[in-house]
Design a protein around this ligand. Sequence first.
Ligand code: PLP
Length: 441
Amino acid sequence: MSHVFPRHCHSALPTAVSGDGCYLIDADGKRYFDGSGGAAVSCLGHSNARVVQAIKDQVDKLAFAHTGFFTTDPAEELADMLIAAAPGDLDRVYFVSGGSEAVEAAIKLARQFHIENGEPQRSHLIARRQSYHGNTLGALAVGGNAWRREQFAPLLIDVSHISPCYEYAERTADETLHEYGQRAAQELEDEILRLGPDQVMAFLAEPVVGATLGAVPAVDGYFTRIREICDRYGVLLILDEVMCGMGRTGHLFACDADGIAPDILCIAKGLGAGYQPIGAMLCTTKIYDAIASGTGFFQHGHTYLGHPVAAAAGRAVLQEMHDHALVARVRDVGAQFETALRDRFAQHPHVGDIRGRGLFWGIEFVADRETRAPFDPQNGYAGKLKKAAFNEGLICYPMPGTRDGRHGDHVLMAPPFIMTELQIDEVTSKLARAIHAVIPT
Ligand code: PLP
């Protein structure tokens, strides 16, 4: 009888006992290829010697020092490394323990910035439908996934949700990609004007939408227009790169591919690569200076902010990425992975779309390729696919509700950056067998 409160009360889970490169191994010795890095976490696989050693060394030296009293070398050095590579004017790093905490901090910082900046009336947030920003109440409120929000709706702050930039499902036949992107972005300006041009504090978006849409990047020009609109109305742009950041898309910061920089940026997952729980919120000099020259402190905080062991792990992850040119590798292996996915699945009668960047790919399943109509949710294909792939020894991340929180099915793939060419074949073969077992053709 287990005393652990699991995610699902009625599924018996195998016990994971060890990790070996891209594989997790259970107590029976079964090996699972981690094709989604859990949820886009394990970018270096499960047995990176350097990161493990860095953690041990740090615990030997110093396990914990509260940030109300001390700073530490690992936190200082990790912040320097992040800022050296960060886009635009990002200049300060606020370390937390995960993605939801990074988003909560971003929301509160946006609010405090406007107060310090003499615009206390700015209190409204705008985000997008079909986004996921975390499960704490603030992050859940900005998230736009109807199913995840439903039962907690009475507890959530009021946030506007505009359309995502989701070309496959939402571009009309008579629109070019560019026209579609501009139309989708225009919704932001329309909503800002509806709420009042000086009422909105921030707009939040994932540059490549992960869990809820299945690796959907925006079309060219969309984020350029979003940036212009935010600048025009003094609205802060918060980019949530918790899933798509830290090299996953072939850029250390995902927004580099879109040619824009945010005012606040959230990262987590790949930053600690699963070796330690760590996230961070980065902000610009302008925002930091407004706080520093005003109240002098950000009215926020958690006990484990800037945890030295987590920071030491993050520092080792970035060193490893740098020394082995892993972000460039993501682009190269990612291109091979894309080809393999298209070769294997593009002609499948129920594959509607294959999209993504780097080593971050989504396959969307449809009942009808012509009309792009999703399957009846009663089929429960996403859940069945997860089980079938797991039986094959493949961890992947299928989700239902791609279109509106209820309809639509996709599978998200986010394999470790160290995946080899041979393993690409293993992953696509296992995935093909799982899809064949679940979705009748
Ligand atoms: N933001 C995005 C884009 C995410 O994908 C996630 C988690 O999947 C989060 C925030 C929340 O991160 P965490 O689960 O570490 O709290």
